[in-house]
Design a protein around this ligand. Structure first.
Ligand code: NI
Length: 270
């Protein structure tokens, strides 16, 4: 049974009809045993409110709340306080996605840094797992996580791991292993299926299977063979199949292991 560890039912491009259809598709996949669940990931305050609402509505849906580096410019302390309130809800399982994105630079870099740090502090106060978005800022993201205590013994004692997930990780095998040794989890999305993505294939080959998660980041990053179409949580299957091939495991084993990893990371027990 597959678990999509990072998706966006809260994407603003979906009409409410499209969103309803998407929920029904995943709900059917849960009912017939193909999927066990998904985490709707916030990227600003409105999308975090939506993610929390979706988690209230659907038994198999969980939420992460937080502000993406792109949207850091929309943040203020009042909004951060509201994110903290949402985080207290039972099925809100992480703070995220948070981090730095120096590829698009949609928010000023210092504004990104400020809200990345403030949200790590919030996650530490609330003792919650963190979902990280990093693009063209890999080393600085790691440095800030270390400086802000994301790998503290307190967190490791609480979770049995650091409670840090590198979402859609695009770093090298060596960098991935550095994170794994620090107690982090690594998640891969559709790009691992893209032709010529040797770097991510090598990274998946190196990272132990018990630290790997699969995700879609839907509606973005659609895996082969559906690249070009709008992504959905069900397509997590193709990323899991690629991970299975790289690891020399069966698809079923890979689906089970990555689902168990996602549940362990997010602290979901049912
Ligand atoms: Ni995302």
């Amino acid at each position: 049974m597959l678990f999509d560890s990072h998706t966006h039912f809260n994407n603003e491009d979906l009409t409410s009809l499209e969103r309803q259809a998407l929920f029904n598709t995943v709900d059917n996949a849960v009912k017939d045993g193909r999927m066990s669940g998904a985490v709707d990931i916030g990227f600003d305050l409105p999308s975090s409110e939506m993610a929390a609402e979706h988690a209230r509505l659907w038994p198999w849906c969980y939420a992460a709340v937080g502000c993406h580096p792109h949207d850091a410019k929309t943040m203020d302390d009042e909004k951060l306080a509201r994110i903290g309130q949402l985080a207290a809800e039972e099925k809100v399982v992480a703070i995220g996605e948070i981090g730095l994105d120096f590829h698009y630079d949609l928010s000023d870099r210092d504004v990104q840094r400020l809200w990345f740090r403030k949200q790590i502090r919030l996650a530490n106060e609330l003792m919650m797992p963190i979902t990280i978005h990093a693009r063209e800022a890999d080393q600085e993201v790691m440095d800030i996580l270390v400086e802000e205590g994301a790998f503290s013994d307190e967190r490791k004692n609480r979770f049995g791991h650091a409670g840090v997930l590198l979402h859609c990780f695009s770093g090298s095998a060596e960098f991935g292993m550095q994170y794994v040794r620090m107690g982090a989890y690594i998640s891969v999305a559709g790009p691992v299926t893209y032709k010529n993505n040797r770097k991510t294939v090598a990274m998946v080959g190196a990272v132990p299977i018990d630290r790997l998660l699969v995700e879609t980041d839907a509606p973005y990053l659609t895996p082969v063979p559906f690249r070009g179409k709008r992504n959905t949580p069900l397509f997590v299957e193709y990323t899991a199949r690629k991970v299975a091939e790289i690891k020399g495991l069966s698809f079923e084993e890979t689906a089970e292991i990555t689902r168990d990893n996602a549940k362990r990371f997010y602290g979901i027990d049912e």
